[in-house]
Design a binder for this molecule. Structure first.
Ligand code: ATP
Length: 369
């Protein structure tokens, strides 16, 4: 998958990481099932998917911690499939930070440079630069236990950046942080990536995180890639029912319900925010689709309200409305009422019906055969 790259054109960035038909089996388990992927130089690229979909295994194969069962991995055009991790120009940042607890922040960051026998003066400058980059100047003398979770994560990042790898691999690095800090760190990480111009490959199961930070992302399911594209492409034009369900809340209708609404039984998705509630006697005009149903559930979310509507033709649609003039009381009173839903047919997206996303949400704990 991935975009074809014209290697002759000077404007096109080079390919930082290339996976060719990469497969990884653990006994009977197919963790990665024949993946082709191109990550460009300087790109913030995310691997997004539910637990067990093969993202981490893919990342570990790029890092060299696992060898592919078959296929090839190229870094900067060179086949590294058989090279050990320390011979690859990549560094990994893990969720659990993996800092040395008995060492100061400075010593932690310096460690990799010492191993590489970088001269002392050079080491000191590079450690100071790395700490500045992650806004930890002045924290060099502390031990990891004297830092907050977010600060520890920054040390882990500085420790990887100080080696100036071509590619930085990040495995759910913000997973242990609370939501507010996580959101702040997402913005910060993206800024650091742009500042240093490195290729970042970021593993996450959080679709919002992937959409916020990535230049492009790959959506994984059951060891395969369902779609590669920019956040807007993946969100606006999900290639499969699985992607539609996993990336943002979405509705997938198929079979008789689809036929009744669009005249075609082919599965389609419609985003909740594209659907409005109208008067029951509203007549469809232009390219409008319309359906009647009963409001089954109302969830007041402050700025918006989410309604789950059981359709008279079968199936259900989730809709999300901004609370422009609606109070929580008014929103909640709609529960149990008959309503008419209206949306533009042009917002319907045909999808391949895939792995378990029908009804709007993908199983976050999907298994692998
Ligand atoms: P998570 O988000 O939970 O880390 P993931 O998408 O990164 O999930 P992987 O960790 O790559 O998924 O796992 C893919 C599949 O391979 C899972 O079914 C997992 O149980 C299996 N697996 C991973 N590592 C091993 C191993 N060392 N031995 C056996 N099975 C493994």
């Amino acid at each position: 998958m991935g975009q074809p790259v014209d290697r002759m054109s000077a404007e096109q960035p080079g390919v930082a990481v290339l996976l060719e038909k990469v497969e990884k089996r653990f006994g009977e388990v197919v963790a990665v099932d024949g993946i082709d992927l191109e990550v460009l130089e300087g790109e913030f690229f995310s691997m997004l998917g539910p637990s067990g979909s093969g993202k981490t295994t893919c990342l570990r194969m790029i890092a060299g911690f696992e060898a592919p069962s078959s296929g090839r991995i190229l870094l900067g055009g060179r086949d590294v499939s058989k090279q050990p991790p320390y011979e690859r120009d990549v560094n990994t940042v893990f969720q659990d930070y993996a800092l040395f607890p008995h060492m100061t922040v400075e010593d932690n960051v310096e460690y990799g440079l010492k191993v590489k026998k970088v001269p002392k003066d050079d080491r000191r400058d590079r450690v100071a630069d790395a700490l500045e980059m992650v806004q930890l100047t002045g924290f060099g003398g502390r031990k990891p236990a004297q830092l907050s979770g977010g600060q520890r994560q920054r040390v882990a990042l500085a420790r990887a950046l100080v080696n100036r790898p071509k590619v930085l691999l990040l495995d759910e690095p913000l997973g242990a942080l609370d939501l507010k800090l996580r959101q702040a760190m997402q913005i910060e990480l993206k800024e650091i990536q742009q500042q240093v111009g490195l290729t970042f490959i970021y593993v996450t199961h959080d679709q919002e995180e992937a959409l916020t930070m990535s230049d492009r992302l790959a959506v994984f399911s059951r060891g395969r890639i369902e779609q590669v594209g920019s956040p807007a492409e993946v969100y606006e034009r999900p290639a499969t029912g699985f992607v539609a369900g996993f990336v943002g809340a979405s509705n997938v209708l198929s079979g008789e319900a689809a036929r009744a609404l669009t005249g075609d039984a082919h599965a389609f998705t419609i985003r909740p925010e594209k659907i409005a509630m109208a008067d029951l006697d509203h007549q469809a005009v232009g390219d409008e689709c319309t359906a009647t149903g009963k409001v089954q559930e109302v969830v007041y979310l402050g700025a918006s309200t989410r309604y789950v509507v059981h359709l008279d033709v079968g199936g259900e649609l989730v809709i999300v409305q901004q609370n422009l003039d609606t109070s929580s009381m008014e929103a909640l009173q709609v529960r149990g009422k008959a309503v008419r839903l209206v949306w533009k047919a042009r917002n319907n997206r045909p999808v391949e019906e895939a792995t378990g996303a029908i009804g709007g949400s993908a199983d976050p704990e999907e298994g692998v055969r």
